[in-house]
Design a binder for this molecule. Sequence first.
Ligand code: FEO
Ligand code: CA
Ligand code: CA
Ligand code: CA
Length: 598
Amino acid sequence: RPSKASGARGLRFTPVAPNTDDAVTVPEGYRQDVVIRWGEPILRGAPAFDPEKQSAGAQAGQFGYNNDFLALLPLRGEHDRQLLVANHEYTDEVLMFRGYDPENPTREQVEIAWAAHGLSVVAVQEERRSGRLTAVSRHRLNRRITATSEFRLTGPAAGSDLVRTSADRSGRKVLGTLNNCSGGTTPWGTTLHGEENFNQYFANSSRDTDKRYGIGTGATERKWERFDKRFDVAREPNEVHRFGYVVELDPYDPESTPRKHTALGRFKHEAATVRLTQDGRPVVYTGDDERFDYFYKFVGSKRMRHGNSRWAREHNLSLLDEGTLYVAKLSGDSPAIEIDGTGTLPRDGEFDGGGEWIPLVTATEDGAVSHVEGMSAEEVCVFTRLAGDKVGATKMDRPEDIEPSPTTGKVYVALTNNSNRGKAGYAGPDEANPRNSNKHGHVLELTERWNRADATRFGWSLFLVAGDPEDPATYFAGFPKDRVSPISCPDNVAFDDHGNLWISTDGNALGSHDGLFGVATRGDRRGELKQFLTVPTGAETCGPLVQDRRVLVAVQHPGEVDGASVEQPASSWPDGPGKIVRPAVVAVWRADGRDIGV
Ligand code: FEO
Ligand code: CA
Ligand code: CA
Ligand code: CA
């Protein structure tokens, strides 16, 4: 294990040892504090959090549940303040409500859950001499978006027969966003949010298209369909076609209607991150988090306008409506050597190869064109998984976050795990997904041809093959394995200003808690992975953000352990024994006030 506070610039800290403490643990010499918790009032008139007297009205003005993606945006003209945007992926009713009966949720509980989903926008105040942040309640830009807020559907599928419902004959006005997992911040000052496991909210479907998305034939676990028929596919067949998109929010305009971009396809979007082409057009990378599913990129055809005028902002909000959506197809460059049932090793010693971006649909001002035989443009945008199937895209080990490095342009894809790889009836290993029953996941590094974001060909190699470094199947970009931290199930990725990659995990299969890691991607320390923090019992580590003076993480679903409930909690984080467990955002900084890891 790495033991010293040496390392690449930005990563000079003493790594945290793997552990199972019910706490956020940080390196020696670092401090931490909660920035905001589930239930803290952020809107004018919202009451203080009281878990015993929670109401839907209260929740709609309070910070939501299960924070995942985080963005911090500048607040011009306001000293020492930034604007925090957070995703609220899903609700954990049994940890939210005392005496919750999963067979008979009440209307009030369901409506609280609707209000606890979605997004939060909240101004935060920086403390002068530390990295501490505190929420500014009632700031004019503070906002909650929930499962019932109004959205505008845009792009090729908007207005089509596939998305019209009895409540919305226009096919353009959707209520709510669900299961926002990770996301991205655009260079034009908006935020993107991936609607991920939307299937779990919809009941009673028998269509093949829904089956491909994991939508069940019976009741859902939350039973929302009892309270709003739009969640019952048998009664409202097209509502489910209005979820599973990349959502765009303009956090600077509290009156704006957020959008759902059908041009970026419909699947279990984990994240959406942007790089600009040399001539200023947006390229968005986005993955579909499912075993044996694909990752994609969208290449916009319109250039971003600079400046903050209403004219520029309005134009930029339409950038993701026109362009081409591609899916990735990868091939290895060397024959495989089978290693006794566990997977394969490449004969040339490196997991690498080439790939192409296969076009699926192009949206223009005058309409959209499908590139997939037998599917219309609208169908490609709504049943994107089926389009990927038809063109033979590469089946990956659950593409989670995907992000281009702002310093090199190389793109990093977190592939979290795949318990079914190599099992009877499923695809076997390939050079890009080399392990059977992949328990610990890997991280792929993709280089666009000529380093052009809009290239249609790319090279790739595996940057990390995760696990215990003592496991011979692991790989840390060639760095000596006796000097790296063990890692399992990479999920979210982020970059610091030094070009280091930060990776958070979800589902650590090595027996210790999830955490956050930093790793250099360049220089002679490339591959030196160091653990920066760990999270409490049952939690996953989300939304990492690394600024000069602080690291921000979203501690999602603390206490989520089989059999746990409000009455029998598995965690007492963050407020101590006897208090309800609360997902929260945490800031970490150096006690001596200097920058992170320098
Ligand atoms: Fe919500 Fe794919 O993690
Ligand atoms: Ca190879
Ligand atoms: Ca995730
Ligand atoms: Ca995950």
